[in-house]
Design a protein around this ligand. Structure first.
Ligand SMILES: Nc1ncnc2c1ncn2[C@@H]1O[C@H](COP(=O)(O)OP(=O)(O)O)[C@@H](O)[C@H]1O
Ligand SMILES: O=C(OP(=O)(O)O)[C@H](O)COP(=O)(O)O
Length: 404
C-alpha cells in the first residue's frame, strides 16, 4: 500500500489523534462483544509505547435525538479499553469544550484519552438533528484536529466508507494522516478478494441496514457469481415479489429498487423461501414458520429451514465467500438458527480451500457468540466498509490517508 502507515510516523511526545471504530454492541452499559476494541489494540499500544499521547475518537450507534445520547455514551468502552490496556483512559465525557481541552493538556507520554461519542455532535442542545459529525461539518473537523499535534492515525476500517468529521474532516486539517495496523491488515485481505477472487464467488447479505446496503447488491452482481440475500434485508425483496410480510423489517421506498435488482439479476440473486416468525420482537413468545408470505401481526425474525437448504446449496463449491449481515435476530436464541447454520456451512468451506470473509460489527459478534469465528479466513471489522471495498469503490476514509 502506497499509503503512510503508523510506522512512518515520529510519535514521541506528540498528541496523536486517532480514529478507531468502537461501535460495539452495548446493552444496559455492558459490552456484548469487544472484537472491534481488541482489533485496534496493536495500534493503540504501539502509539503509547512510542511515547505518544493518544486522543481517541469513535462513534457509537446512530444519534438522531437527545434521548439517544445516554444509552450511546462511550463511557463503558473507555473503561473496558482501560482494563484491556492495564491503564486508565481519561474520559472527560464530552466532544468539545474546556473540559476536553484541559484533559488533553494533562496527558503525559504513553497516556490515552477517549473523546465522547462523536455522533453526539449530530444533535444540538435544542434536540435538532444537525449532523455535524455525519455531515462532515468543516468547523468541527478543524476543531478536533486542533486538539492534536498535526498527526492523525486512522485505524477505523469499519467507518472507512463514511466521510465524517472525525475521519475525513480531521484528516483534511493535519499534515500527516497514516493508516493504523488494523486498517493495513483489512486492506491486505480484502485486496485479495477484490483483485483476483477464486470462483465461484458468492456474496451473502443480511442484517438490518437495508437502505444502506441494498444499493451494494447492484454492484456486487457484476463481481460475484451469486448474491444471497437473507436477514432483515430479505423482506423488502419479499414485498417486491408481491408476498405479504406482516410486520417484518421493510423499507417501502426501496421496493422499486428491489424490483429493478431482481429484474437485472435473474438467477444470480438468491432469495429466502420461508421465515421463522413471531408476533412480537421477543424470545419468550411462540414462533411459527411461514413459507408463502407472512400474515398480519407476525414478523419474520429468522430464515426458515427451506431457505437454509437453498442457501447452502448455492454456497456448495464456492471458492470465495464474503458474508455481511446476520440471517436473523441472532441475539435471541429462537432466531439464531439461520445465522448459526449458514455460518457453520460457510466456515466448513474454508477447510475445502475457500477464502471466507465475514464482516460487520454484528456479523462478527454473531460468529464469536456462536463459537465459529476461527473457521473463517478473515474476520473483518467492517460490514458496509468491506462490501463497498469489494464493489471497487474508493472509501473516503482510506482516500484521506496521506500517500507515502
Ligand atoms: N429479520 C430481521 N428482523 C430484524 N432485524 C434483523 C433481522 N435479521 C437480522 N436482523 C438484525 O440485523 C442486525 C445486524 O445488521 P447490520 O448492522 O446490517 O450487520 P453488521 O453489523 O454485521 O454489518 C442484528 O442486530 C440483527 O438482529
Ligand atoms: O458498524 C458499522 O458498520 P457495519 O454495521 O456495516 O459493520 C460501522 O461502525 C459504521 O456505522 P454506521 O453504519 O452507523 O455508519
Amino acid at each position: 500500500m502506497a499509503k503512510l502507515t503508523v510506522k512512518d510516523l515520529d510519535l514521541k511526545g506528540k498528541k496523536v489523534l486517532m480514529r478507531v471504530d468502537f461501535n460495539v454492541p452495548i446493552k444496559d452499559g455492558v459490552i456484548g462483544n469487544d472484537n472491534r476494541i481488541v482489533a485496534a489494540l496493536p495500534t493503540i499500544k504501539y502509539v503509547l509505547e512510542q511515547g505518544g499521547k493518544a486522543i481517541l475518537f469513535s462513534h457509537l450507534g446512530r444519534v438522531k435525538k437527545t434521548e439517544d445520547k445516554p444509552g450511546l455514551s462511550l463511557a463503558p468502552v473507555a473503561k473496558h479499553l482501560g482494563d484491556l490496556l492495564g491503564q486508565e483512559i481519561a474520559f472527560p465525557g464530552v466532544t468539545e469544550g474546556k473540559n476536553l481541552e484541559d484533559a488533553v493538556a494533562l496527558l503525559k507520554e504513553g497516556q490515552a484519552l477517549m473523546v465522547e461519542n462523536t455522533r453526539y455532535e449530530d444533535v444540538d442542545a435544542k434536540g435538532e438533528y444537525i449532523k455535524r459529525e455525519s455531515g462532515n461539518d468543516p468547523v468541527l473537523g478543524k476543531y478536533w484536529a486542533s486538539l492534536g499535534d498535526d498527526v492523525f492515525i486512522n485505524d477505523a476500517f469499519g467507518t472507512a466508507h463514511r466521510a465524517h468529521a472525525s475521519n475525513v474532516g480531521i484528516a483534511s486539517n493535519v499534515a500527516q494522516t497514516a493508516a493504523g495496523f488494523l486498517m493495513e491488515k483489512e486492506i491486505k485481505y480484502l485486496d485479495g478478494a477484490v483483485n483476483s477472487p477464486k470462483r465461484p464467488f458468492v456474496a451473502v447479505l443480511g442484517g438490518a441496514k437495508v437502505s444502506d446496503k441494498i444499493e451494494v447488491i447492484q454492484n456486487l452482481l457484476s463481481k460475484a457469481d451469486k448474491v444471497i440475500v437473507g436477514g432483515g434485508m430479505g423482506y423488502t425483496f419479499s414485498a417486491a415479489r408481491g408476498l405479504t410480510i406482516g410486520n417484518s423489517l421493510f423499507e417501502a421506498d426501496k421496493v422499486d429498487l428491489a424490483k429493478q435488482i431482481m429484474a437485472e439479476a435473474g438467477d444470480k440473486l438468491v432469495l429466502p423461501e420461508d421465515s421463522v416468525a413471531a408476533q412480537s420482537f421477543a424470545n419468550d413468545v411462540p414462533t411459527k414458520i411461514f413459507a408463502n408470505g407472512i400474515p398480519d401481526g407476525w414478523m419474520g425474525l429468522d430464515i426458515g429451514p427451506k431457505t437454509i437448504t437453498k442457501f447452502e446449496n448455492t454456497l456448495k463449491g464456492a471458492k470465495t465467500v464474503v458474508w455481511n449481515g446476520p440471517m436473523g435476530v441472532f441475539e435471541m436464541s429462537n432466531f439464531a438458527n439461520g445465522t448459526l447454520e449458514l455460518g457453520k456451512f460457510i466456515g466448513s468451506l474454508t477447510a475445502q480451500g475457500a477464502a471466507t470473509i465475514v464482516g460487520g460489527g454484528d456479523s462478527t459478534a454473531a460468529v464469536s457468540q456462536l463459537g465459529i469465528a476461527d473457521q473463517f479466513t478473515h474476520i473483518s471489522t467492517g460490514g458496509g466498509a468491506s462490501l463497498e471495498y469489494l464493489e471497487g469503490k474508493t472509501l473516503p476514509g482510506i482516500a484521506a490517508i496521506s500517500d507515502k
